[in-house]
Design a protein around this ligand. Structure first.
Ligand SMILES: [Zn+2]
Length: 73
């Protein structure tokens, strides 16, 4: 039994078709990309989001601390 592979433009190599998704590029073409690389990108985005939320919370804490200090007796 011969398994189908597609060229993954992200990795620059071939993967089994069942591990890949066909996605449309900005230029209207269709390309294959492996699920592993797609999920890795999503993980990166989640990590960036989490970092952004932490930054926002830190800034808010700092602002509250300044506010409290300003009105402290
Ligand atoms: Zn790949």
């Amino acid at each position: 039994m011969q398994s189908t592979t597609h060229y993954c433009y992200h990795c620059g190599t071939h993967h089994p078709a069942e591990n890949m998704r066909q996605i449309e590029t900005a230029h209207g073409g269709k390309r294959w990309r492996c699920i592993t690389s797609i999920e890795a990108t999503h993980q990166d985005e989640k990590a960036r989001d989490a970092f952004g939320h932490r930054e926002t919370e830190l800034n808010r804490d700092e602002a509250e601390a300044k506010h409290k200090n300003g009105y402290a007796p």
